[in-house]
Design a protein around this ligand. Sequence first.
Ligand SMILES: NC(=O)c1ccc[n+]([C@@H]2O[C@H](COP(=O)([O-])OP(=O)(O)OC[C@H]3O[C@@H](n4cnc5c(N)ncnc54)[C@H](O)[C@@H]3O)[C@@H](O)[C@H]2O)c1
Length: 383
Amino acid sequence: MTRRSIGIIVNGVTGRMGYRQHLVRSLLALREQGGLALPDGTRIWPEPILVGRDEGRLRAVAERHGLTDWTTDLSAALAREDAEIYFDAQVTQQREKAIRQAIEAGKHIYTEKPLAESSAAAMELVRAADAAGIRTGVVQDKLFLPGLRKLKRLIDGGFFGRILSVRGEFGYWVFEGDWQPAQRPSWNYRVEDGGGIIMDMFPHWQYVLEELFAPVRAVTCLAATHIPQRVDEAGRSYPATADDAAYGIFELEGGVVAALNSSWCTRVHRDELVEFHVDGTEGSAVAGLRRCRVQHRAVTPKPVWNPDLPATEDFRAQWTEVPDNEEFDNGFKAQWEAFLRHVVAGDPFHWDFLAGVRGVQLAELGLESAREGRRVEVPELTR
Ligand SMILES: NC(=O)c1ccc[n+]([C@@H]2O[C@H](COP(=O)([O-])OP(=O)(O)OC[C@H]3O[C@@H](n4cnc5c(N)ncnc54)[C@H](O)[C@@H]3O)[C@@H](O)[C@H]2O)c1
């Protein structure tokens, strides 16, 4: 067995995503399974180089996992020959600058979404990366969720007939931070710090809609800041300047309509924190993070509207669970594996920087629609 070590700079490793999903659940999990096997028997062995701003917190993360390679000096990490990949899970605002530096250093780059704060800036990163001849990738983790994988399987198998519409509910109550600490970082609620639910979630909706159904051709969006004042990590009250809920309608190529609500100001009365309800002429499905349930045309009951009587039917019981039929690994890890194969073995990987620009573009157009109170068409993006 040949081991192929690959140095990966992990910037933002003390953050929620950088630590839990990318370091622990992806890169370290790969090491725990003995590396990533390639068809020729080689095993790719990630060597994380932890980068962050706070020496104490970095050291603590490293020691917790028996790692020794960490630094607060990004330039020094980028200058290392054994560091082949730069990965960015910093707050969104810091990303563009660091990615530019990594492009100049000739590293392959994988990054959290959104790729940049504007589609123009994101497109410049595409061009710079193309010119440097590096390989790029942007996290599109929702595609790897078991619920959405099963939904995709139904679509590919022709279960729905003609798909008519998608209704999605994403959200949960994020505490304001006063009498209970907020469960998300406060920068998310300040537009001046790169926050906002549209910039956070529309990049996800873009690739979910495009890869499962069809590309988005127009967006109509209403944005709200329902909670105007929040309390930060240090207990200080601050004005929440960013949108904390977005009510969007997405028109897809071919006529499918997707209406997706995204909110940090809603209490969950659902089975999962995100659910997509898909209606087609032959059947319908409700897919969440892990589960997917269906109702076929042939077994669709005939509800009759009668407000004078209490509901007698157990509507949820009229759906059938779609079996897993396979093992689903952590979605972040699955995409890391694909990116590592892309870098080391040249396997195809289409979630590149250009795919990342499309996500930023949809967020930007959603914000434009909300600001101007109108429907906005989504122009085709090319390199
Ligand atoms: N794929 C997903 O499902 C998903 C989910 C949540 C967040 N994200 C993305 O991941 C990124 C990080 O989000 P998070 O929730 O982990 O945030 P976080 O606040 O928990 O972590 C941010 C990281 O950036 C670092 N950082 C660097 N410069 C900073 C600065 N000037 N101010 C504050 N922090 C700074 C912090 O030290 C920390 O390591 C964001 O770009 C976000 O859009 C993706």
